[in-house]
Design a protein. Structure first.
Length: 382
């Protein structure tokens, strides 16, 4: 799967078994480097096998646990459709994998629940966005991250106005011209033949409603920005039909058919970058403003206890950092340990899970962006 919803994340959180295996790895999308993807997974599965055997499982039990993931190694089609990162979750009678636009570091965690901290940026977007290219003859959806872009298969969504409405374009062509008045306001002039202007716009509206309905299922529960790319006159028409709440006001003007995906990516990033920074900057500002009031902390043990009791309003977690330990299931008291050991867990992951389940915001940040330069920080609700 190439997307992760909040409900799926909750399913992973609740899937507790004696043996839960979480595997994360970076992947290459194209080029000769894609051959490294299978090799990397094979090596990680071998390491997981060794850990499970060291944990006391028999060879037959280990084989049964890892068999679903082993089946991916020979799947040519699977490896042709990768994103920036691959994660796998295995336990008895449970297997999920996600190809996500996230740059995972290699990580294997084996405990009695799945490791989900690395997935939290996917729910916030983590500099992920979409570009919808619009024209009467073509529509495409691009998924971008800070550094990459790829085209998304639109499935059954009609790719043109003619396909959507069996519309005879040569005989019923309608042309729209974008103009500016003396006041600087943009308006639309329409000319055509073979049909009325109103019919022409109505047909485009019908077409865009089909596109919007088709995107609803794909983008359900997502909280990432969507940028329109196309000639100016189509923007107000599409906005009449749009139901996606994170459509950006600014779009990319011009005929997108003559612009490469890489050029669209660069132009769209200029539009969405401030959107990504605002939420993060606002949260960091709130942390700074609350410092010294008793409502902030960068002490892991204090934060774990507060997360256990649902007291966290904002949580900041450093990407790529782990702090191993054990949480008392009765009191929520954390016991820190230096290394990963059987049955202990990443306490940063524990804090992220509890905070997410309690409906508060979790920000997974690069270490250099973390407040106070620590691996875990929080703003308390009370």
């Amino acid at each position: 799967m190439d997307k992760l919803s909040g409900e799926e994340l909750k399913t992973l959180i609740k899937a507790r078994k004696e043996w839960c295996i979480s595997i994360f790895m970076p992947t290459h999308r194209a080029g000769v480097e894609i051959q490294q993807n299978q090799i990397r997974l094979r090596n990680l599965l071998r390491e997981a096998e060794e850990r499970l055997m060291a944990g006391g499982l028999r060879a037959s039990e280990v084989k049964a646990l890892l068999e679903p993931a082993q089946g991916l190694l020979g799947n040519v089609l699977f490896w042709r459709n990768q994103s920036d990162g691959l994660c796998l979750f295995l336990s008895p009678d449970f297997f999920r994998f996600y190809c996500l636009p996230l740059d995972f570091e290699e990580l294997i965690v084996i405990t009695d629940h799945f490791h989900i901290k690395s997935l939290l940026p996917s729910l916030r977007g983590d500099a992920r966005f979409y570009v919808l290219t619009l024209s009467q003859n073509d529509v495409k959806l691009l998924e971008g991250t800070r550094h990459s872009v790829r085209e998304i298969n639109l499935g059954t969504i009609s790719k043109s106005l003619a396909e959507a409405l069996q519309y005879d374009v040569p005989q019923k062509e309608v042309r729209f011209h974008s103009t500016k008045s003396g006041s600087g306001e943009r308006s639309v002039m329409v000319s055509g033949h073979g049909t009325s202007v109103e019919d022409g716009k109505d047909n485009i509206l019908k077409y865009f409603r089909q596109i919007d309905r088709g995107l609803q299922d794909f983008m359900k529960e997502q909280q990432v920005p969507l940028v329109l790319a196309g000639v100016d006159y189509l923007f107000p028409i599409y906005k009449e039909t749009n139901t996606y709440p994170h459509l950006m006001e600014e779009g990319i003007g011009g005929n997108p058919r003559g612009i490469s995906a890489e050029q669209l990516h660069a132009q769209a990033w200029e539009i969405v970058e401030p959107w990504f920074q605002k939420a993060e900057n606002d949260a960091l500002a709130q942390y700074r403003q609350s410092s010294g009031t008793g409502l902030t902390s960068n002490d892991i043990e204090e934060i774990i206890h507060a997360a256990f009791h649902g007291r966290i309003g904002l949580l900041f977690v450093a990407i790529g950092h782990e702090q191993w330990g054990i949480v008392d299931p009765e009191t929520g008291k954390a016991h820190l340990q230096e290394n990963m050991e059987p049955r202990n867990e990443d306490l940063l992951d524990f804090a992220a899970i509890q905070t997410f389940l309690n409906g508060a915001a979790v920000f997974a940040l690069p270490p250099e962006r973390m407040p106070d330069g620590v691996s875990l920080a929080a703003v308390f609700r009370y």
